[in-house]
Design a protein around this ligand. Structure first.
Ligand code: AHR
Length: 504
């Protein structure tokens, strides 16, 4: 549909109470902490800092993570994990080795490791998603680390955990079988056949140790890898029975300063998800399997601002990948969250990469912690995006983009029957025009607008800093939304992220 700029722009949301996509799996609001830059050291862990607790965990950072309500955290990598020996990171700190960290060219001190991470998860109220090294290591270490974490006692590794101070098993449920093994940059990079076999064998031996765990096999590190498609197929053909999820990773950037195309990146993300679902289902059909492989979008974000950041070789936790996010990045993050939700029937896990300091919604300095622009859509989706995702038809004009036709408005509606709430997330990508939104809610008698929160800024490049932490933040816009005779009407201002909440 061509856009007529002289008319009022309109967007109509069409929903039916019974036409649901799926209940949201809360793990879709997961995040990621890698031993990279200042994510761990100076991010979540900084002994001696005025905000640190007795264990060295930054309390100010914990507070912000709790505000988001991050349900799972992927750890310890990322590229880092492909040459990481988990044993280096447990036991008395004074005995832990300093290691050359080959993925990012720095030194890893191992002063924060597996045991501290599990303790920190408990304190922050999140669950671990632990990645094993399938680059430089293999299935023997895979079984050992599951034994260390999940077996009660009476064996070499479970007793080692107890000796290290953790009496109860960690019961880690979710395990990543390596990281981005399709990438030539990965230490121990493998072909699809080699990785598929290795992942299948690792999953098998790990589930012998603990049959209750779930495993995530590596899909492609991006849609644009030459091996994309065949990689997914071959990996699953070789590991189907012991794999539960296949991973997807994607990052977008706006180096060309072309905002309409940048904001259309969610179209590419949507296509990526659709294609991976097709491949999973192709392998299912060929195998005549009853089992469905779901998706773990365990790295997604905007990443490009820090591309030219220089790092001193073999330094300790330098400033690395410290993207300072602007307002337009928050719009795309909002659209990406909507895209994930619209695939809630198959995307069961997703991790915003990453959580603190490294391409992150939360930044720290020695003197404080603050919310980047992207914090807000992520936090609001996590806090309010619960219940059933409704199959939301969005009737709105589109514009041409390098990814294909892009709707001016991305939106999705969620219905929480138990709490009798409706939540609408909407991004207006039009840089000039407001949109008048309507949605027929006659099936939801008695529902009223509780809040319309809106994020916009006159400057697409506006950022939050330690000195100006509230430069970009949502405002109350409830006056713009109302329900009359069962029809919701609202205004979505030009270039805005919106959360419209209704309740009975
Ligand atoms: O998140 C930063 C890096 O991006 C991760 O280490 C890697 O998995 C991906 O390429």
């Amino acid at each position: 549909m061509a856009k007529n700029s002289k008319k009022v722009n309109k967007v109509q949301l069409c929903i039916d109470r019974d036409f649901t996509i799926s209940k949201v799996d809360e793990r879709i609001y997961g995040s990621f902490i890698e031993h990279l830059g200042r994510a761990v050291y100076e991010g979540i862990y900084q002994p001696g800092n005025k905000f640190a607790d007795k264990n060295g965990y930054r309390k100010d950072v914990m507070k912000l993570i709790k505000e988001i309500g991050v349900p799972i955290v992927r750890y310890p990598g990322g590229n880092f994990v492909s040459a990481f020996n988990w044993e280096d990171s447990v036991g008395p700190k004074k005995d832990r080795p300093r290691r050359l960290e080959l993925a990012w060219g720095v030194v890893e001190t191992n002063q924060f490791g597996l045991d501290e991470f599990m303790d920190w998860c408990k304190k922050v109220g999140t669950k671990p998603m632990y990645a094993i090294n399938l680059g430089t290591r293999g299935i023997d270490d895979a079984r050992n680390v599951v034994e260390y974490c999940n077996i009660k006692s009476g064996t070499k590794y479970s007793d080692m955990r107890i000796k290290n101070g953790a009496k109860d098993p960690y019961n880690i449920k979710l395990w990543c079988l390596g990281n981005e093994m399709d990438g030539p940059w990965q230490m121990g990079h493998l072909t699809a056949e080699e990785y598929g076999l290795k992942a299948g064998r690792a999953g098998h031996i790990m589930k012998l140790v603990d049959p209750t765990i779930e495993t995530v096999a590596c899909g492609s590190s991006s849609l644009y890898m030459d091996t994309f498609g065949n990689w997914e197929r071959i990996v699953l053909e070789n590991s189907y029975d012991t794999t539960d999820y296949l991973s997807l990773h994607t990052y977008y950037g706006n180096a060309e300063d072309d905002t309409p195309n940048f904001l259309a990146s969610s179209v590419a993300m949507d296509q990526f998800i659709g294609q991976v679902i097709s491949i999973c289902d192709y392998v299912k059909a060929v195998k005549r399997s009853k089992k469905t492989i779901n998706l773990s979008f365990d790295e997604w974000n905007v990443w490009y601002h820090s591309n030219d950041q220089k790092v001193e070789k073999w330094s300790e936790h330098p400033h690395q990948l410290e993207d300072i996010y602007n307002f337009e990045d928050a719009l795309l993050v909002g659209s990406m969250l909507i895209t994930l939700l619209r695939h809630a029937d198959r995307v069961k896990i997703a991790c915003l990469a990453q959580l603190v300091n490294v391409i992150a919604p939360i930044m720290t300095s020695d003197t404080g912690a603050w919310r980047q622009t992207i914090f807000y859509p992520y936090m609001q989706a996590s806090v309010y995006g619960r219940g059933e995702v409704l199959n939301t038809v969005v009737k709105v004009p589109t514009y041409e983009s390098k990814h294909g036709d892009a709707p001016y408005v991305d939106s999705v509606v969620l219905c929480d029957e138990e709490n009798e709430t409706l939540t609408i997330f909407a991004v207006n990508k039009d840089l000039e025009g407001d949109y008048e939104l309507t949605c027929d809610l006659r099936q939801f008698a008695g529902y009223k607008v509780v809040e319309h929160s809106m994020l916009t800024h006159k400057d697409l490049k506006a950022v939050n800093t330690e000195k100006k932490p509230d430069n970009v933040k949502p405002v109350d816009f409830t006056k713009a939304s109302k329900v009359e005779k069962g029809i919701l009407t609202s205004t979505l201002p030009a270039k805005s992220w919106n959360v419209i909440r209704l309740a009975k």
